[in-house]
Design a protein around this ligand. Structure first.
Ligand SMILES: NC(=O)c1ccc[n+]([C@@H]2O[C@H](COP(=O)([O-])OP(=O)(O)OC[C@H]3O[C@@H](n4cnc5c(N)ncnc54)[C@H](OP(=O)(O)O)[C@@H]3O)[C@@H](O)[C@H]2O)c1
Length: 278
């Protein structure tokens, strides 16, 4: 009787697990982490680059709902102010600072931005640095990509992001705590046809930040590298600028987004497809 009872519980657990997996829309890793932990974020200073739209904007709003203090960066100041105003409207007690920053600018400008970010909120310092900004160009075959595109993408996605890290990490090390969250991509893990340079930039970030983690994890600095597949964010941006309620889920309809963006992630790409014999 006891065995039958345990078997039924086991079977029910498997059914629930399969149901959750089938409805998770590919977010298996997130599923295993459970809901966001408010206590890890509340009152902490979170600096987000690329916060003027897309995933960065959604992240800023989610962090605000968890009680974080926010620093919003991107080039477009007017859009950052819009995001700030929307956050202040829905979460009046949340502190939000706008800090315009071009990741393609020189080291001195990035250093000034770091000093400013460290001084906000009574000099609390940055707890979480979310490296989200990136340049993603329309799809083009690797050999058709002009050299100047290669330079611009690597300058913003890789050099700018690493320079910012390089200048901010010593402040975190002095405090003995801090966290880098890096928005990489599935294109940083596997071949992404039409996105060779973008993919190269994400592979470079993965290499740098996994190594940084290995060097700093015993000194109180955490590094998280996130590698999402295609995400449809335009619906959210359009909805928010038109004042309507958009999708609140990051990663909603991921498979549809992949299809719409024409992205192909497949094991076949690792090994190459055999050419059909004629
Ligand atoms: N959407 C996807 O399907 C997907 C999938 C996997 C990974 N990701 C990654 O997720 C992150 C966000 O993607 P997204 O789709 O939300 O991108 P997005 O809508 O194109 O937004 C990019 C953000 O980066 C900022 N940015 C661009 N160039 C910059 C520069 N030179 N200096 C500072 N900020 C700059 C932009 O603001 P300004 O123009 O105002 O500077 C904007 O806020 C990116 O790292 C992307 O690679 C996206």
């Amino acid at each position: 009787m006891m065995i039958l009872f345990l078997s039924l519980i086991f079977l029910a657990a498997i059914v629930v697990f399969i149901f959750k997996f089938a409805t998770a829309d590919g977010d298996f890793t997130l599923l295993s982490k459970g809901p966001a932990k408010r206590e890890e974020v509340q009152g902490k200073v979170v600096w987000i680059t690329g916060a003027s739209r897309g995933i960065g904007e959604i992240l800023a709003k989610q962090f605000a709902s968890l009680g974080a203090k926010l620093i919003l960066s991107a080039r477009n100041e007017a859009e950052l102010v819009r995001v700030k105003n929307e956050i202040s409207g829905s979460h009046p007690s949340v502190g939000v600072e706008v800090l315009p920053l071009d990741l393609g600018s020189d080291e001195d400008s990035v250093r000034k931005a770091v000093e400013k970010a460290e001084s906000f909120f009574g000099g609390a310092g940055v707890h979480y640095m979310v490296h989200n900004a990136a340049l993603e160009r329309p799809k083009r075959r690797a050999l058709d990509e002009p050299v100047e595109n290669l330079e611009a993408t690597l300058k913003i996605n890789v050099l700018g992001t690493i320079t910012l890290t390089h200048l901010l990490a010593p402040h975190m090390l002095k405090r003995g705590r801090g966290s880098f969250v890096v928005m990489s991509s599935a294109a940083g893990k596997c071949p992404a046809p039409g996105q060779a340079i973008y993919s190269a930039s994400k592979h470079a970030l993965n290499g740098y930040f996994h190594t940084l983690r290995s060097e700093l994890y015993q000194k109180g600095i955490a590094v998280t590298v996130v590698c999402p597949g295609p995400i449809e964010t335009s619906k959210v941006s359009e909805a928010s600028s038109s004042g309507q309620k958009g999708s609140s889920e990051i990663g909603e309809n991921r498979l549809d987004a992949a299809a719409a963006k024409g992205n192909t992630y497949s094991w076949k790409l690792f090994f190459g497809q055999k050419k059909k014999s004629t």
